[in-house]
Design a protein around this ligand. Structure first.
Ligand code: ATP
Ligand code: MG
Length: 413
């Protein structure tokens, strides 16, 4: 793609380029397209690229991204290709330059090559970026005084972030560029607004506004605003109050030193009407407590965590005729239900009784960015998150507890 076909945001980045560049942009900004344009035409700060007969190295996290880049490059460079070697992942052009593809996990990436430019795509996703950059990629740029481009969407404060700070320390050779997804004129702005509404604010800031978020804390906002003092903090005070209400019970079973937490929701009011926790209690007693609770809310479906001891316990409850459905906690399902609940707090949809331990759990609950990206959620070390999990499991199934017509109506709000 000739550089004049790049959009304004991409051209602005090229105008302010240095030899080494970090480009942190939102999803769909046009990072990969920009990388391909640079691989072909080069950029200020590099001695030249494919067009000038120099070789270029393309580095990506994992084979899947590498495959995509390979396919995109074949299309992009089509009229200029002299020879392709799929085995070696190498495209040779009539200009004399060649484009090599490497995964960042390969410690021998780029060995023996002399590149005019190195393009590292999705630099935020790689756990091995630091080692591969120092030991493998950087030496390929020595002979030609080649340039490097680290393109990606931020994933917390990992090595991509560290590199993005170099522009402030070594401004003669490093530049940092950043732009939101909305800077791509080929993406419909309504789509981006829709995404903002569909996800927690912090995820939107990262994925669409390209913010490097700090790890830790503050998953749930407006926790105190969610407290409704008309709801009783006494877990045993609540019982089937009025006809026409739809209740749901959710259960997070204890593991090791944790608590078992039983939560009751009034689905129409979107409120937690009872939440109790207990530990050091044998399973027979726990089952008896749950059965007792269900007698107070006999129309309530029950959703129980099914991991570990959960499965046999669910079996016992089903045999006793209780309307139980399982919830399997995995890293993915946990992250899904926590993000859904996060959104409920942000939109001030959920109401909680003033139960001290439960509110403390919500306020302390943390998100940690893993080194290679991705987010894990948990209580801080030494803390508990059984209350958060019980509420999150229940909230994820709340609409199923409503009569069909009402569930549809509320869902569409
Ligand atoms: N200069 C351009 N002219 C026309 N279309 C463009 C241009 N730059 C990007 N696009 C289009 O915008 C979309 C996103 O581009 P691209 O895949 O390069 O973005 P990305 O930032 O790498 O996205 P992702 O975050 O998914 O990796 C694609 O459909 C691409 O064709
Ligand atoms: Mg891309």
């Amino acid at each position: 793609m000739p550089n004049e076909l790049l959009h304004t945001g991409q051209r602005q980045i090229l105008r302010t380029a240095k030899r080494f560049n970090t480009v942190a942009c939102g999803r769909r900004f046009g990072k990969t397209t920009l990388g391909l344009a640079i691989a072909y035409s080069g950029a200020p700060g590099s001695p030249g690229a494919l067009r000038d007969g120099l070789d270029v190295g393309w580095f990506a996290h994992g084979y899947k991204l590498l495959d995509e880049a390979w396919r995109q490059s074949l299309l992009f460079l089509k009229p200029l290709i002299k020879r392709t070697d799929k085995q070696q992942r190498r495209i040779e052009l009539v200009t004399g330059g060649a484009l090599d593809f490497w995964t960042l996990e390969n410690v021998d990436a780029g060995r023996g090559r002399k590149y005019g430019v190195a393009v590292i795509d999705e630099a935020g996703l790689s756990r091995t970026l630091e080692g591969t950059w120092d030991a493998a990629i950087r030496p390929t740029l020595t002979d030609k005084k080649g340039g490097a481009w680290f393109l990606g969407t931020p994933k917390g404060r990992n090595f991509f972030w560290t590199l993005s700070q170099r522009a402030a320390i070594k401004p003669e050779t490093w530049a940092h560029h950043t732009a939101p997804s909305a800077a791509n004129p080929h993406i419909d702005p309504d789509e981006i607004e829709q995404a903002r509404e569909d996800m927690p604010e912090s995820i939107f800031q990262q994925e669409y506004l390209a913010a490097f978020l700090e790890s830790g804390g503050g998953v749930f906002r407006h926790v105190t605003a969610a407290v409704d003092h008309t709801l009783s903090a006494d877990p045993f005070a609540a019982c089937m109050l009025l006809d026409g209400r739809a209740y749901l019970i959710s259960v997070d079973w204890a593991r090791h030193e944790d608590f078992t937490v039983l939560t009751v929701f009034d689905a129409k009011a979107r409120a937690v009407v009872s939440c109790q926790r207990f530990n050091e209690t044998d399973y027979i007693t726990q089952l008896a407590r749950l059965t007792e609770l269900h007698k107070r809310f006999p129309t309530a479906p029950i959703v129980c965590e099914s991991n570990n001891m959960g499965e046999p316990l669910i079996e016992i409850l089903l045999n006793a005729g209780l309307p139980v459905t399982p919830f399997m906690t995995t890293a993915q399902s946990k992250s899904d239900i926590i993000q859904t609940l996060q959104l409920a707090f942000e939109r001030k949809e959920i109401r909680l009784p003033a139960i001290g331990w439960l509110l403390s759990e919500f306020m302390a609950f943390e998100q940690l960015r893993r080194p290679g990206g991705g987010i894990s959620y948990s209580a801080p070390p030494g803390g508990h998150d059984d209350g958060v999990m019980s509420v999150a499991i229940g909230w994820s199934r709340l609409f199923e507890a409503l009569p069909k017509t009402m569930g549809a109506r509320l869902n569409n709000l």
